[in-house]
Design a protein around this ligand. Structure first.
Ligand SMILES: C[C@](O)(CO)[C@H](O)COP(=O)(O)OP(=O)(O)OC[C@H]1O[C@@H](n2ccc(N)nc2=O)[C@H](O)[C@@H]1O
Ligand SMILES: Nc1ncnc2c1ncn2[C@@H]1O[C@H](COP(=O)(O)OP(=O)(O)OP(=O)(O)O)[C@@H](O)[C@H]1O
Length: 310
């Protein structure tokens, strides 16, 4: 068996409404999610046991031991499927960690897609029931993992694990992180109002401008508590809003990464050039949001949707 390379795209919460809280403390969400053409790259090579190396521009501080979400997800996969053999993972880290764009969760989901694609797991045991149990365990590992298993536009409800495919037009986007790590639990803890209104059901959008007009009346309820935790996020949003052609600005996930949407890719590219010149210390990259399934990995032998919606 040869090596397999799997793309782990950035996840963007175009809208993120917090609509309640469960007794165990987890929050109930209603979020519209899309994926960017920028992301990490995970390579899987058959080996004895599981191991992990990390390289790339954002590798510093990313664990290479069993605390990496890639190795944790692989261990869960092995426990649930009876997988024999092992894999040497290599992670090329391009996304800043702890930044609200799903980095570790997207890497973990890429590991699961890769293991399925390589044919690991006892085929007879990888049935709907096993995949459902694995899905529940992966949600406990990272609430963003289920939505990253199939990197396509989707509405995420429940604690992030109740997924419905959504149709979105291509959305030209600029992603910006001010290089401040934000801890997700701290932001949820700082959220005062837990029972906010739901998302209105997304209609069919004629084009990017139509979608942006609809998004403008949605929210990210974690934005105010994240700004209270890391005030620089407000500066990022103000800076993005002042860029020529910017139609909408918002924070993704629990921050600190923010995004700006544009009507055309040319406007997004021009905005990236301008921002790189004025704020060279910030991480920024442009790309068109949408469906990254084709780029992420060949389709695995088993239905990934069974895990993510299990
Ligand atoms: C903010 C989002 O990124 C939106 O997509 C996710 O809800 C967070 O996903 P994640 O980073 O994978 O989060 P996890 O590592 O599973 O959870 C970190 C912590 O965030 C809080 N958490 C997470 C998800 C959720 N629905 N409710 C919560 O209250 C819990 O305190 C949890 O212990
Ligand atoms: N593969 C990984 N990539 C990045 N961080 C990882 C990974 N595995 C474990 N971690 C640890 O998880 C922490 C959170 O990183 P991650 O990139 O998942 O952030 P996040 O903001 O929780 O993402 P999101 O909220 O969008 O799901 C990091 O500080 C790091 O110590």
């Amino acid at each position: 068996m040869s090596a397999l390379s799997v793309f782990a795209p950035a996840k963007i919460n175009l809208a993120l409404h917090v609509i309640g809280q469960r007794e165990d403390g987890y929050h109930l969400l209603d979020s519209l999610v899309a994926f960017a053409p920028v992301g990490d790259r995970l390579t899987l090579r058959p080996a004895e046991g599981f191991s992990m190396t990390v390289s790339g521009p954002e590798a510093q501080g990313v664990p290479t031991d069993h605390s990496n979400l890639v190795l944790k997800a692989a261990a869960l996969f092995a426990a649930h499927t009876g997988m024999t053999g092992g894999v040497a993972f290599h992670l090329e880290k391009n996304l800043p960690a702890a930044s609200g764009i799903g980095g570790g969760s997207s890497d973990a989901a890429a590991a699961i897609r890769g293991l399925l694609q390589m044919g690991f797991g006892d085929a007879s045991s990888v049935q709907a029931r096993v995949l459902g149990q694995l899905g529940a365990a992966l949600t406990r590992l990272g609430a963003d993992i289920p939505m990253c298993l199939s990197p396509e536009p989707q509405r995420a409800q429940g604690v992030g694990d109740d997924l419905t495919a959504a149709t979105l037009p291509p959305l030209p986007c600029l992603l910006v992180n001010p290089r401040v790590g934000v801890a997700t639990p701290a932001v949820f803890k700082a959220l005062i109002q837990k029972d906010n209104p739901w998302i209105t059901t997304p209609p069919q959008f004629a084009d990017a401008q139509d979608c942006i007009a609809w998004l403008a009346v949605q929210r990210n309820d974690l934005q105010p508590p994240a700004i209270a935790t890391a005030p620089v996020i407000a500066t990022v949003l103000e800076t993005l809003a002042a860029l020529p052609g910017c139609r909408l600005t918002r924070m993704s996930g629990s921050g600190a990464t923010c995004f700006a949407l544009f009507a055309t890719p040319a406007e997004a590219r021009a905005a990236e050039t301008a921002l790189r010149a004025s704020r060279p210390e910030w991480w920024c990259t442009e790309g068109t949001l949408g469906d990254q399934r084709a780029a992420s990995a060949p389709r695995p032998a088993f239905n990934v949707a069974q895990i993510s919606r299990g």
